[in-house]
Design a protein. Sequence first.
Length: 200
Amino acid sequence: MSFELPALPYAQDALAPVMSAETLEYHHGKHHQAYVTMGNKLLEGSGLEGKSLEEVVRESYGKSERTALFNNASQHLNHLHFWKWMKPNGGGAIPGALEAKLIEDFGSVAAFKEQFIQAGVGQFGSGWCWLVMDNGKLGVTKTPNGESPMAYGGTALLGCDVWEHSYYIDYRNARPKYLEAFVESLVNWEYVAELFEAAS
Ligand code: MN3
């Protein structure tokens, strides 16, 4: 098995102006590509060849001799989902069962959005913020660098990349504005609901 960069599920300019074609050109075409290329190099001779991507991520997490492989493989996995967590004209209505669960576990959809945005704002330096499902309950968390809840066997339903490469071209230093735009105008709730159904 080797890692491959998938095509974006929409045109490079399809998320503009919320996320520009230039951002996607670099984020998908250069950053994600680099994780794939480096990941493949590091996979060779690692003893994890032939494992699925998810297994490579879990089995390299926290292993000092596999740190570089973990960083690249985990970022590959994170970005495979990230492109699908967005869609043109996203952020609209949330499928019913998922919306009901968000209200049950956060009190309201607005409270969930606020916690998610604050997790992303509060992640010092590079990383991700997440909507996770843990023992049947939804929660919000954040991770540094390339880590994700999936690295320790958790279930990520939604994640937002808060590395500067994800927003600096369009939002400069205004990470909160980027996170608000992600939540309100980019999230592909159908894909989140698909992961929610699979985890339920
Ligand atoms: Mn990224």
